[in-house]
Design a binder for this molecule. Structure first.
Ligand code: TYD
Length: 205
């Protein structure tokens, strides 16, 4: 019998609606009586909350430093939050995980991909998500949807966000066993339904 998928990651560029959809999915799973955890990166732990502030609002952070901070956040998150929840049999939904590192630090900031592969494997202690859902939206649309807390990333030029999108699409298209792509330019209600369909098709619910 197929192992039940438990660790699901939501990925996407800015303003893709994934956080809103994650909350909706969590509610749906809880209504079904399933044990769940919704968490996020950066910042899914106490230490991570401090790292998040630096990453999103710090000034003049070198790309190597940036990578190390995201990975430090991940190591802490995997050990303190994700592994314990999985051990309790919870379905873990994570708003961003290592897909973001490959898209932003790899694709957009051009840090060497193979290096990220090795360092990330160390940081996450080789934990592999069962499924990544990519909320695909063009940066022109996504950035216009963003709220008022403008982070370091949202201030970046459009071209960086285009590289992020390209990297995400290339990862997802090359690995459809682990990735599903949702058109996040549709109305939010349709995106929610699409994600629910994916959960059913992949036998998560
Ligand atoms: P956040 O406000 O949580 O993004 P969103 O609401 O769009 O999910 O900000 C997280 C930012 O950090 C986002 O711009 C993507 C970036 N990021 C990376 O560059 N690398 C990473 O490994 C992670 C987890 C996030």
């Amino acid at each position: 019998m197929k192992k039940r998928d438990k660790f699901i990651v939501f990925e996407g560029g800015e303003g893709s609606g994934k956080t809103t959809v994650a909350r909706f999915i969590l509610q749906t799973l809880e209504n079904l009586g399933l044990k769940t955890l919704l968490t996020h990166e950066p910042g899914g732990t106490k230490l991570g909350t401090d790292i998040r502030k630096i990453l999103l609002y710090g000034e003049n952070i070198h790309p190597r430093t940036e990578l190390l901070l995201f990975l430090a956040d991940r190591a802490e998150h995997v050990e303190r939050t994700i592994k314990p929840a999985l051990a309790e049999g919870k379905i873990v939904i994570c708003d961003r995980f290592d897909g973001s590192t490959f898209a932003y630090q790899g694709g957009a900031r051009a840090v060497d991909f193979d290096l990220i592969l090795v360092m990330n494997a160390f940081a996450k202690d080789n934990l592999v998500p069962d499924l990544y859902i990519l909320f695909d939206v063009s940066p022109e649309i996504g950035l216009n949807r963003e709220g008022k807390n403008v982070t370091r990333f949202e201030k970046e030029e459009l071209d960086l966000h285009r590289r992020v999108r390209r990297a995400y699409l290339s990862m997802a298209r090359n690995d459809d066993e682990h990735w599903a792509i949702v058109d996040a330019e549709q109305p939010l209600e349709d995106v929610k339904q699409k994600v629910l369909e994916i959960f059913k098709k992949r036998k998560i619910i």
